[in-house]
Design a protein. Sequence first.
Length: 293
Amino acid sequence: MTSAQLPPLVDAAWLQDHLGDPGLVVIDSTTHLPIPEDGPYTPESGALAYAAEHIPGALFADLLTDFADPSDPQPWTAADHQRFAAAAGALGIGDGATVVIYSQHDVFWATRLWWQLRLEGFDDAVVLDGGLPAWKNAGGELTDAVSTPTPRAFVGDRRPGLIRSTAQVAAALDDPGVLLVNVLDEPTYRGEVNTYARNGHIPGSINFPVAGLLDPETGTLRPVEELRVEFERAGLLDDGRTVVTYCGGGIAATGVAWALALAGRDDVGVYDGSLTAWTADPELPLVTGSSPR
């Protein structure tokens, strides 16, 4: 298979037809994030879930360890290029590979790895629409057999425009050319939920809940043409501003960046630390209330 044959989004039927193709690398990026109704969350590796069942031939990417910065106090902060390249290459991601990423429940763990690959200069990767539930619904085979990867050299150049630090977001608060997008649910955006160290959202940011991207019955992405209309209405496409998405810890934010890329805008930045990092600093401003858009 060549990268030219890889569609921007693949479904279970496509993967069933291509499973086993030369150069195809299937990655399970499952991570668990039990979120209480009120209070902090604690992430957990999806390694045990992967070991119990996964798509035949799939390999496991641990976003909490191998693909994260071990020196950062925030969980799953993006690893530096060298660490990422070593982890990706060990899984067979590199020159000559095409990558399909899925998660066993929340698709946004798959979009997180998709975004990290793009951040580090690798474009031949797509997300399995609907993840493992869609695979099961399509009658896809499952296994608990762990495959052995064929390592590749991962070569790519980091795209710094696709990531933002807390300092960069703070410096751009008064920049009319930057549009900050909070992708969390409306109550959290408005400051009504005690999930983070402080409640509220970054001043000037609009609310575009990531959950609205998905069909609530199937968990698959809604038609891109429908989403494009909503993106345009929110000012996220072709209005001359730089778009930066954020959420709680940099996971859901990649979902909106992914959907925007499918709609034709692939230059969206992601605030990696998001509210976990922002609310930890009492000097950084927060506001409450409804979205200004």
